[in-house]
Write a protein that binds this ligand. Sequence first.
Ligand SMILES: Cc1ncc(COP(=O)(O)O)c(C=O)c1O
Length: 386
Amino acid sequence: MKTELDQIKQAGLQRSLYSVMTAPTGRAVLDGREVILLGSNNYLGLSTHPEVVKASAEAVRRYGTGASGSRLITGNCQLYSDLEVKIAEAKSTEAALVFSSGYLANIGTIPALAGEGDLILSDALNHASLIDGCRLSKATTHVYRHCDLAHLGLLLAQSGKFRRRLIVTDGVFSMDGDIVPLPETCNLAETYDAMVMVDDAHSFGVLGRSGGGTVEHFGLEGREIIQMGTLSKAIGGLGGYVAGSQVLIEFLMNRARGFIFTTGLPPATLAGAATAIDMMQATPELRQRLSSNARQLKNALLEEGFPLLPSETQILPLILGSAEVVSQFADALLAHGVYAPAIRPPTVPEGTSRLRLSVMASHTAEDLQSAIAGLVAAKSTLHTNS
Ligand SMILES: Cc1ncc(COP(=O)(O)O)c(C=O)c1O
């Protein structure tokens, strides 16, 4: 382990932990110092919304801190059904199933849907939890070039005899911020009799008029799409879900090991998430503020000549190349009072290490100005040092 750790350190790929000592809003205290937070997924600021906090607090007082069992034994409660009804409504599906995390939802659902003798087609930039789901499934997995419909179509056309075909893709790509071409992906799926599973982790609460995610964004309600997502990002809590047909949900309850073999979520988390979904739907201004904040930061950074990927969302990746350079940049940025995580391989492909800037609705104009000033100052430090 020591030898391997030394190799990780030498390659500039060591991971370490910061302590966030306040709520994750525009400004937070990180390891004892106040910073502008450009690394949180609390996109709408709902983790501190007074109504959400109140609902969570009431649930903890009433039910205690934990679920005390897996959902199929003693860990289920009415709060689950209430939350699942809300998710299904938000997603325009017949039903939904809540898992204890988004990671568990993916590693539970994919192997339930596909196994030996089946084919999975997976976007090259999919999240690790989708990749792990594919690995666990033992299905034949072909990776198609990122959002490349021609490549996906070719792989489907050449696929030959498989029992089932499953296309899996991020909705908003977690490290790139771009949006899947879902209508065209679904058309290909229909042509080749494949299922589509979209991971809305970074789009639920964000895309679509009422925050429903990629399906609402593209107006694809009514199409047979397996919509997975998390309650841990714009919803501000914890938990994963899958939304789709009643048959799918019943099937997953019986087949998804990531659902069956783990403890249910704490009641406070369920109550908080249900209220956060209400708030997310009732407050479109939060979505508008998020999108205008993202636009403001993006335009300012492009004007300053920063190499941003062409993201259309709140995730703005600043591509810096090597792991070493991105780590130096992140350190320099922190010294200027701004935190953004350095994302390196294996999270992203070799040579594409980046700062992942994520914007929140709770950032004020002043926060964004200070963030831009910090980024410009960090860039000049880097040039001076090199
Ligand atoms: C695209 C994507 N899918 C799934 C997950 C896992 O979700 P969770 O953090 O709720 O386990 C994440 C978050 O890390 C993600 O970015």
